[in-house]
Design a protein around this ligand. Structure first.
Ligand code: ATP
Length: 290
């Protein structure tokens, strides 16, 4: 086998709580992660010449050792002492620096792809243990689906998928760094915590309203103050029929949950008409990483 293709799916957080800041600077989280049907495509090709070469359709992305794809391939090459090379072609659709784990998902897809292409024989569990060194979301991205994510993000418990519904995902044209958001979060001063346990119960009961009534993300305390457009999009989505709306991860992407595709499409158009977001998708949840 000389060439294979893998998809890297984006995630949203339907619940995101921060319990505390640890002494080492990491934050202890309690999040409910959900894969959505927006993906990047990655093609992996063995090359006789040694080294890792990345090609991408997005010129703002690094193609050197700063790309998470490079780091993921390099990690596995080092572990297994591989002297051949690989050419990786990335077609990017997941919004960049958006709170949708695009880079982590590309890294996870790279670990799976390189593992298979070079017959390395790693189990998913082993890839998760290696991947967490590159990023806290990578263990989740290797499996995807609906998961409770605890610790720094590496302790994963599978949950039932939410009932079928439609999503509007809107990324405003602002850049929000994850470091800035966590750096400005006053974890010990939070007066509100999302009802993660209640949401788990709602997922087990298959109740969409139980889920949408409990959407919550403590990182909004930092971003909404700084970027009012986030709240503006949430309000617009709700006024156009969303069951509820929330910012994903450290933002700035906002999603709204809808019962009907037609309603979601009208709401997406409204966000576009008001020029609140440059990247807008109408999509659904997706089952897992593959
Ligand atoms: P998270 O939800 O994990 O915080 P994110 O959606 O906020 O992720 P990413 O899109 O993963 O952010 O990328 C953040 C930064 O990482 C970008 O500014 C980019 O320069 C760099 N980066 C490195 N590799 C990649 C990649 N493969 N895809 C996207 N960004 C990458």
């Amino acid at each position: 086998m000389e060439q294979i293709t893998r998809k890297a799916y984006a995630k949203i957080n339907i619940g995101l709580d921060v319990l505390r800041r640890r002494k080492d600077g990491y934050h202890e989280v309690r999040m409910i992660m959900q894969t959505v049907d927006i993906c990047d495509d990655l093609t992996f090709e063995r090359t006789a010449q040694s080294g890792i070469v990345i090609r991408t359709d997005r010129e703002e992305l690094p193609v050197d050792g700063n790309n998470l794809i490079y780091k993921a391939a390099d990690l596995l090459f080092q572990e297994k002492g591989i002297t051949e090379g690989v050419m990786i072609t990335l077609t990017k659709r997941i919004p960049i620096a958006a709170g949708m784990a695009g880079g982590s998902s590309d890294a996870a897809a790279t670990m799976r792809g390189v593992n298979e292409l070079f017959g390395m024989g790693y189990s998913v569990r082993e890839l998760q243990e290696l991947g967490v060194k590159l990023g806290a979301d990578i263990p989740y991205c290797l499996v995807g689906g609906t998961m409770l994510s605890e610790g720094i993000g590496e302790i994963l418990t599978p949950l039932p998928a939410p009932p079928d519904c439609f999503l509007v995902v809107a990324k405003p044209d602002i850049n929000v760094s994850t470091g800035f958001v966590y750096g400005n979060l006053q974890a010990d001063r939070l007066t509100y915590h999302p009802d993660i346990d209640g949401m788990i119960e709602a997922l087990r009961a298959g109740s969409l309203s139980g889920v949408t009534d409990r959407l919550g993300n403590v990182l909004e305390t930092v971003t909404v103050r700084e970027y009012p457009v986030i709240e503006e999009i949430k309000e617009l989505l709700r006024s156009k029929g969303a069951e509820n709306a929330l910012m994903s991860g450290s933002g700035p992407t906002v999603f709204g949950i809808f019962k009907k595709r037609e309603t979601a499409e009208v709401a997406a158009q409204a966000v576009s008409n008001r020029q609140l977001a440059g990247q807008i998708f109408v999509t659904t949840f997706h089952e897992g990483a593959e």
